[in-house]
Design a protein around this ligand. Sequence first.
Ligand code: APR
Length: 245
Amino acid sequence: MEDLLSRLRSARSVFVLTGSGISAESGLPTFRGVGGLWRTHRVEELASPEGFGRDPHLVWTWYNERKAAHHRAKPNAGHYALAQLETTIADFTLCTQNVDSLHLRAGSRNIIELHGNLREARCTRCDVRRPLDGAGLPLDELHHSCGGLFRPNIVWFGEPLPRAPWRRARVGAAQADVILVVGTSAVVYPAASLATRYSAKAYIAEINPEDTAISGRVDCVIRETAASALPKIVKAVSLNSRADG
Ligand code: APR
């Protein structure tokens, strides 16, 4: 941990990749862990263009439930710690795979939502957006006047990542002095490649209570939860920064 702290204290550029694990302590389920969404639901039916084409009502029922859960959830100490860390680093990029908006609500600013978000829906035909309130999209309002259907503004399996956010994320990872990988199993590509593939110089630290697909390829493994480890890290970095004046 001391090595990570000294790297963060001298870092000009930091890149953070987060996954559903950082929202676990806000009460939101992960995807692949115990009780995870993919353990109790079928990905193909709910998070794919084909599934949406087959049964848009089923897909919206599921996303409306997730949206309501996001609305009830609160950012946890891990989200707030990253928002605080951002204020101490000159060049800070937070790239999240999560669609729960908890980083935004915690005060993070430079956020890349690689897999989209549930703050709005978009029309499959004309791409027009409409905001989603805490209950999501009413099932009798799926049709847009252009003849298209409103869909969640989420990147589904088999779909490409949005080009501009993906480019920004690659640049952020490539120029980082330190990369923090928090709460992701690092099994879904291309997002997972941001942890280790685009930087030749970064010091990479993983914060996760369990082993992941990249644990053997990082410089530092912190086997703790996000809400436990991140506040300690940020406090130690901030204290030292104040000591330096
Ligand atoms: N703090 C930190 N990490 C945690 C915590 C916690 N409190 N609780 C669980 N984790 C870790 C788990 O050990 C696991 O490694 O979070 C990770 C969650 O992994 P997944 O469930 O696979 O979720 P994620 O990595 O975000 O999935 C990536 O896959 O299904 C798609 O689009 C979806 O964005 C998602 C992507």
